[in-house]
Design a binder for this molecule. Structure first.
Ligand code: PMP
Length: 389
């Protein structure tokens, strides 16, 4: 079954994904039947605790980690905040310098701005026209007082995948902790924490066909991290608060499904992505594909149309039942030119004419064909109205 329900097409899988039915079913008994608190010693806590630990195993197994290297949180934003504040504070005796890139998600960039106000020094590395961080720039930026490097695995807007292993090798040589925001890649493309050489990463269920409200931090054994949510001893004292057991169980199931089906999903989604990309570039003039031609997420088609605005394209596509994004969902609500597109050197005029189709496992060929039927006339109509064209 595709997303073509009530004639609506969902091409916004970078913002969230529809939950897999199998993950949804895994959650249901944990709302009313097994509603106990997993920390309770009495019998009501037993099944919730068992389900949570089973989920921890599945989450760990998806990324090649040990079960007790996984800590549950509520969202990728919380995981990113915890990684930054938690690791930095645990290492403040060594220094107060952090390295990141200009194209990180706001859940990295904004906490770092806050940390700068508290006296932390932050180096924001540039990217090339494809959105790639040059490992040489990382090497140059590392100083004696650097305690953390945080570079995202893949960018949620333009889909570019980074050379994480090259960067983590440099971090290791310098004795610096390496974190990666993997919200756009976990469950979507292979992510082995040992293969990538990372000490810590963040990811959530809702971007990989799991429910909203459950996410994780992987923290390699031996790496120090202070908690930022402090209270009881849940999650071995690293994240207090009663766990969202139904969502965690759904997350675990989504991870097991992803592990088994990822390869097939990548193949199928890549075919659709290439069909959409080629169709757009062939049938519409003055359009540019952003991001790296090869090192990109399987479902990412990020394009800029000259002379028109992404928001107008989004609205007209929406009126035809096609849901896309004109930026990351966090930035598009603020109607700001994307910092990611600025960083890859797009002029504001071109950047403002961008839209993102993010494809997922429920999309179908029929949906791509329908989109390719309606898009050229939408672009033509908007260009006719544009004073710039
Ligand atoms: N990092 C990346 C790369 C993301 O794509 C997102 C979600 N768009 C987040 C972090 C934040 O996720 P959430 O809103 O679920 O906390």
């Amino acid at each position: 079954m595709g997303n073509l329900e009530n004639n609506r097409i969902f091409f916004d899988n970078a913002s969230t994904t529809r939950i897999d039915d199998r993950a949804y079913r895994e959650m249901l008994p944990l709302f009313k039947k097994h509603y106990g608190n997993p920390s309770s010693f009495h019998s009501f806590g037993e099944i919730p605790e068992e389900k949570m630990e089973k989920a921890r195993m599945s989450v760990a197994s998806l990324i090649g980690a040990e079960k007790d290297e996984i800590y549950f949180t509520s969202c990728a934003t919380e995981s990113n905040n915890t990684a930054l504040w938690g690791i930095a504070r645990a290492h403040r005796d060594k220094g107060r310098h952090i390295i990141t890139s200009a194209i990180e998600h706001y859940s990295i960039l904004n906490p770092l701005k806050e940390m700068q106000r508290e006296g932390w020094e932050v180096t924001l590395l540039p990217v090339d026209k494809y959105g790639i961080v040059d490992p040489h720039d990382v090497k140059k930026a590392i100083k004696k007082n650097t305690v953390l490097i945080s570079i995202m695995h893949a960018n949620n807007e333009i889909g570019t995948i980074q050379h994480i292993k090259d960067i983590s090798d440099l971090a290791k040589q310098a004795g610096v902790v390496m974190h990666s925001d993997c919200a756009a890649t976990a469950g979507i493309i292979p992510l082995g924490v040992n293969a990538l050489g990372i000490d810590c990463c963040s990811f959530s269920a809702q971007q990989m066909y799991g429910p909203k409200g459950a996410a994780a931090i992987y923290l390699k054994k031996g790496i120090k991290m202070r908690p930022i949510i402090i209270g009881g001893v849940q999650e071995r004292g690293r994240r207090a608060g009663t766990e969202n057991v139904p969502a965690i169980a759904g997350f675990g199931k989504a991870c097991s499904i992803a592990k088994l089906e990822m390869e097939d999903n990548i193949k199928a989604i890549t075919v659709l992505r290439d069909m959409l990309t080629e169709g757009i570039l062939k049938n519409i003039k003055k359009v540019k594909l952003n991001g790296h031609p090869e090192k990109r997420l399987p479902g990412n088609v990020h394009v800029s149309f000259e002379y028109i605005e992404g928001e107008s394209i989004t609205l007209l596509l929406n009126s035809q039942g096609v849901a896309v994004s004109s930026g990351s969902s966090c930035a598009s609500a603020a109607l700001k030119t994307s910092h990611v597109l600025n960083a890859i050197g797009l002029s504001p005029a071109i950047a403002n004419g961008s839209i993102l189709f993010s494809l997922g496992k429920y999309n179908t060929e029929a949906e791509i064909k329908k989109t390719l039927e309606v898009l050229p006339s939408i672009i033509e109509k908007l260009r006719k109205m544009s004073p710039l064209s």
